[in-house]
Design a protein around this ligand. Structure first.
Ligand code: ADP
Ligand code: MG
Length: 388
């Protein structure tokens, strides 16, 4: 039986009735373009083969009942009409926020029973939150009679909506990358998304065809300061933009970097330097991929890590160890991916070196007394879809 079929069966076991459909959305890794998506910059994520499924059925009484296989037996029950920011705690805030945002935007969502399952690791910087939001958004709009959004414009509209839901209901001031990746990524490509105008392009990326492996190293650490530090970096970037008289830091061109550094208060300078140099690295990576030379992107990945570590200051000991050991073990390049302070690193390696790189990283973590990391190879997978 397909995974969606098993999720539909699980729905029946939880709610005692059949679901009306199953929708799914992937987690993502960002190849490069980190902390740029709230500065009007570019990002380059790919969808993971790991997905979140939402099986759902409509309810006539306006109740939203939520169940996750990650928290078996815990059934959250909410009245859709009473949903408000700050009112829902824990994991249910993500899907409840989506229901609230859809209703507010006039999508006509009513009550529903929703069961979710995922194989995206939670809190690993691989965007289980956006996979959850997007799968639930598609389920609720599908139940309300809307066709699966065929074009990018409609998908990006949903991306904005689910991002706003995460802001309002969880307080996480995330950019648009994660939701856009879950909705718009396609097999065999990275998604080149300009976050100022939401212009997007599918850039071919097929590591296996070039004898390469893209590894994800999930460090399995989540540092407590993560969310507060993310918000602080974002606030710093916004203060920098205000001081320089632009709306977004990426309204400055890389050639204006030196001027900007001169104008800014010293604590804000490294933030600007990261954002503008990262913009250049994204452009370089895109041009190398389009030239059919994925090996050449390794160097930009490693340079991007140094910038996140030294200028943006969002790395941590485990991520730095994963990156430095991977590079020493022969990887073409490596960097932390996602917001930072734990989570995952992404490593580009020759196929023949990948097993050795994974072994060396594991050994280094053991020697340092860290929990064993999870290392796995990924290929760009498909974005969100209706499964049945
Ligand atoms: P990331 O998005 O990198 O995985 P976040 O902290 O943004 O990390 O989101 C993780 C949170 O999302 C989890 O702590 C949980 O509250 C929620 N979540 C994601 N997927 C699920 C799921 N399938 N079931 C229940 N909660 C989930
Ligand atoms: Mg998240």
């Amino acid at each position: 039986m397909s995974r969606a079929g098993r999720v539909a069966d699980a729905f029946r076991a939880v709610f005692g009735t059949a679901c009306a459909g199953v929708w799914s959305a992937p987690g993502r890794v960002n190849l490069i373009g980190e902390h740029t998506d709230y500065n009007g910059g570019s990002v380059l994520p790919l969808a993971l083969p790991h997905r979140t499924w939402a099986a759902a059925a409509p309810r006539a009484d306006g109740l939203l009942r939520l169940h996750s296989a990650r928290f078996p037996g815990e059934l959250v029950q909410l009245a859709v009409a009473e949903l408000a920011p700050g009112a829902v705690r824990g994991w249910a805030a993500y899907p409840a926020g989506v229901a609230w945002a859809l209703r507010r935007a006039g999508y006509g969502t009513g009550g529903a029973d929703v069961h979710v399952e995922t194989d995206v690791p939670l809190g690993a910087g691989l965007s289980s939150s956006a996979a959850l939001e997007v799968a639930v958004a598609l389920a609720l709009t599908g139940l309300a009679g809307r066709a699966f959004p065929a074009g990018y414009a409609a998908r990006l509209q949903l991306a904005r909506l689910t991002r706003d839901a995460e802001h309002a209901f969880t307080g996480m001031p995330c950019g648009i990358m994660d939701q856009a990746a879950a909705l718009c990524c396609t097999t065999g490509h990275v998604l080149h998304l300009g976050t100022r105008d939401l212009a997007l392009r599918q850039v071919p990326f097929d590591p296996a065809a070039h004898g390469l492996r893209l590894l994800v190293v999930d460090t399995r650490v989540v540092h407590a300061l993560r969310d507060g530090a993310y918000a602080a970096r974002r606030a710093g970037c916004e203060a920098g933009a205000r001081a320089l008289g632009v709306r977004l830091l990426c309204d400055l061109t890389p050639s204006q970097l030196d001027w900007g550094l001169w104008e800014l208060a010293p604590p804000l300078r490294p933030l600007l330097r990261h954002v503008l140099t990262e913009e250049e690295r994204v452009a370089r990576v895109v041009s190398r991929l389009e030239a059919g030379d994925p090996r050449a992107v390794g160097e930009s990945l490693t340079a991007g890590h140094a910038s996140l570590r030294d200028d943006f200051a969002v790395s941590c000991a485990e991520l730095d160890l994963a990156v430095s050991v991977a590079c020493r073990a022969g990887a073409l390049g490596a960097r932390m991916t996602g917001g930072g302070f734990g989570g995952s690193a992404v490593v580009l390696a020759e196929e023949t070196d990948a097993a050795g790189v994974a072994r060396e990283v594991g050994a280094a973590f053991a020697a340092a007394g860290h929990r064993p990391p999870r290392v796995f190879a990924v290929e760009p997978a498909d974005g969100a879809r209706r499964d049945r």
